[in-house]
Design a protein around this ligand. Structure first.
Ligand SMILES: Cc1cc2nc3c(=O)[nH]c(=O)nc-3n(C[C@H](O)[C@H](O)[C@H](O)COP(=O)(O)OP(=O)(O)OC[C@H]3O[C@@H](n4cnc5c(N)ncnc54)[C@H](O)[C@@H]3O)c2cc1C
Length: 464
C-alpha cells in the first residue's frame, strides 16, 4: 500500500523534498500532497529585489515551477490551502481552503505517514505606531513584490525609506535607486550590514553614500507619520524625520514555527524547529529551511540562518530520507553574499563578535587590493578581512567588501573553512591568475599570509 507524504509549504524546501522523494520512491509507493497557502510554488524570493529594480523584467522568470508543472510530475499540489494544526498522535494535519479556494473555510483533517514542515520564516514587523499604514511594505513574497511594483507605478513616488540595512535592506535600497527614487536607509546599529564587522560595515556606508543613498545609523525607528488618507508620510527615527512616499521594511525574519510548537515539537534557542542531522523533528516528521535551526560548524551553536541555499539542501535531504535513502545535513558556516549597486559584500564563518561569543582567541587581518591586476583598465577596489584562530591559525572567518568581481572570492574562504585549513596552509594555494581576473597575488592569498604572520607573532595581532 502506498504511504502518504504531506508537505506544508510549497517553496524551496517543501517542493524540493516532494520532488526528491517522488523521484526516488518506487512507482506507486508514495502519494505526495503539498499544501501551499499562497498563490505560487517554487518561486525565488531571492530575485524579488531584482524584479522590483527592473533587472528581472517579468515575475514569471522568478517561478522555477508552477503548481501545474508539479502536478504533471505527479505531486498533488493544493494551492490557497493552509495547514492550521498538526496532531502528532492521530497523524493528521488540519487543513482549510482560503478565500478564493472555493472551500467552506472549515478545517478538514488530512492523514499522513510522513510529514514535512517547510513553512519558512515570518518577517519581523516593528510594533510601532503607523506600521500598518498604506505605502509601508515587507518584501517576503511575490505577492508583496507585486504590491510594491504596483504602488511605485500608481503615484508620484520620489522618496523611499528602507528600514533595516541587512541583506534585504541593501538590496531594496539598490532597487529604489534603480527606480530613480531618492533613497534613505535607516538602521539602529552603528554601521550598516551587521552581518559583517563594523569596520567593514563602515566601508559599505561610505560606498552607499557615494552612490547617493543617505545612510542613517545608530538610531532606531520610533514610528511613522501617516496622512489623513491613511498613507505613510514620513519615518521618525530619534530627532530625525525622514519624508517618505514609500517605505520598505527589511528587519530580518524569524522562523515560522508556531504550528510545530503548538504540536509539541521542540523549538531551539533561535526560535526554529529542532531536528536531528537527517532533518527529522519526530519519527516521520521532518522539517527544513527557514523554519528550522541548524548546527554551526565553527561555533558549535544551534543557529537560525534563513537562506535559500540551506533550504534547497534541507529539502533534498528530507526527500532522500523519506524515499528510503540516507541524507544528513552537515551544518552551516554562515556563508552569504549580497550587493548594493556596484558594491559587493561576501562573508563566511565567524565575525569578530561571533568569534568572541564562541570563546575563540583570534587574530584579524585586513588587506586592500584590486579585483584584477592593478594596471588592468577595469581594476576595482576590494577589501578583504580574515579571522584566524590564535596559535593554531585555523581560518575562522572572512569578509569581502569591494566592487564588481570581488565577492565571489568568499567561496574560496568558505571551502577552506569547510576543510579546516589554516591561514598558513592557504598562503601558497594554487589559485588562478591572469590580469583580467586578479593580481598575481590574489587578495585571498595576501590576506591569508598577513593573518598567518600575525598568528606567528611576526606582526602585531591587533585588528588592522
Ligand atoms: C527578498 C529576499 C531576498 C533573498 N535573497 C536570498 C539570497 O540572495 N540568497 C539566499 O540564499 N537566500 C535568500 N533569501 C532567503 C530565501 O528566499 C529563503 O531562505 C528561502 O525561500 C526559504 O525557503 P523555505 O522553503 O524554507 O521557505 P519559504 O520560501 O518561505 O516557503 C515557505 C512556504 O510555506 C508556505 N506556508 C507557510 N505556512 C503555511 C501553512 N500553515 N500552510 C500552508 N502553507 C504555508 C508559505 O506561503 C511559503 O510559500 C531571500 C529572501 C527574501 C525574502
Amino acid at each position: 500500500m502506498s504511504k502518504r507524504m504531506v508537505v506544508i509549504g510549497g517553496d524551496a524546501t517543501g517542493m524540493s523534498a516532494a520532488s526528491t522523494a517522488l523521484r526516488h520512491a518506487a512507482e506507486g509507493d508514495l502519494e505526495v500532497v503539498v499544501l501551499e497557502r499562497g498563490h505560487y510554488t517554487s518561486y525565488s524570493a531571492c530575485g524579488i529585489p531584482y524584479w522590483i529594480s527592473g533587472h528581472v523584467p517579468d515575475r514569471d522568470q522568478l517561478i522555477a515551477r508552477t503548481p501545474e508543472q508539479h502536478r504533471e510530475a505527479g505531486i498533488d499540489v493544493r494551492m490557497r490551502t493552509e495547514a492550521t494544526a498538526i496532531d502528532l498522535e492521530k497523524r493528521t494535519v488540519s487543513v482549510r481552503g482560503l478565500d478564493d479556494g472555493g472551500d467552506d473555510g472549515d478545517p478538514d483533517d488530512l492523514g499522513f505517514d510522513e510529514l514535512v514542515i517547510a513553512t519558512g520564516a515570518v518577517p519581523t514587523v516593528p510594533p510601532l505606531e503607523g506600521a500598518d499604514a498604506q505605502g509601508i511594505f515587507g518584501v517576503q513574497s511575490l505577492e508583496q513584490g507585486e504590491e510594491i511594483i504596483k504602488d511605485l507605478a500608481d503615484g508620484d513616488r520620489r522618496r523611499a525609506v528602507i528600514v533595516g540595512a541587512g541583506y534585504i535592506g541593501v538590496e531594496m535600497a539598490e532597487a529604489m535607486v534603480m527606480r530613480g527614487l531618492e533613497t534613505t536607509i535607516v538602521d539602529q546599529a552603528p554601521e550598516p550590514f551587521t552581518q559583517v564587522d563594523p569596520d567593514m560595515g563602515a566601508l559599505i556606508r561610505e560606498a552607499m553614500e557615494g552612490m547617493g543613498i543617505s545612510v542613517l545609523t545608530g538610531v532606531p525607528v520610533d514610528g511613522f507619520d501617516v496622512g489623513e488618507d491613511g498613507r505613510v508620510r514620513a519615518v521618525r527615527a530619534g530627532d530625525t524625520v525622514l519624508p517618505a512616499d514609500i517605505v520598505v521594511i527589511g528587519l530580518g525574519v524569524k522562523p515560522n514555527a508556531q504550528l510545530a510548537a503548538d504540536a509539541g515539537l521542540a523549538i531551539g534557542p533561535g526560535g526554529g524547529i529542532v531536528t536531528d542531522v537527517r532533518m527529522q523533528a519526530a519519527p516521520g516528521v521532518w522539517a527544513g529551511g527557514d523554519c528550522v535551526e541548524t548546527h554551526h560548524r565553527l561555533s558549535g551553536k544551534s543557529v537560525h540562518i534563513a537562506l535559500g541555499t540551506h533550504a534547497n539542501k534541507h529539502g533534498r535531504i528530507i526527500g532522500t530520507n523519506i524515499a528510503g535513502g540516507y541524507g544528513a545535513f552537515p551544518g552551516v558556516i554562515g556563508t552569504a553574499i549580497s550587493k548594493v549597486c556596484s558594491l559587493e559584500i561576501g562573508r563566511t564563518g565567524l565575525g569578530e563578535a561571533e568569534a568572541e561569543a564562541a570563546g575563540f582567541g583570534y587574530v584579524a587581518a585586513t588587506v586592500e587590493s584590486t579585483t584584477t591586476a592593478g594596471y588592468w583598465p577595469e581594476a576595482e577596489e576590494m577589501t578583504v578581512k580574515v579571522l584566524a584562530e590564535q596559535r593554531t591559525g585555523r581560518l575562522l572567518g572572512a569578509q569581502i567588501v569591494g566592487r564588481s568581481g570581488s565577492a565571489k572570492r568568499i567561496d574560496v574562504f568558505a571551502t577552506a573553512i569547510w576543510n579546516g585549513m589554516t591561514v598558513e596552509e592557504m598562503t601558497f594555494m594554487d589559485l588562478s591568475y591572469a590580469p583580467p581576473f586578479s593580481p598575481v597575488w590574489d587578495a585571498v592569498l595576501v590576506a591569508a599570509r598577513r593573518a598567518a604572520k600575525q598568528v606567528q607573532g611576526e606582526i602585531p595581532a591587533s585588528p588592522v
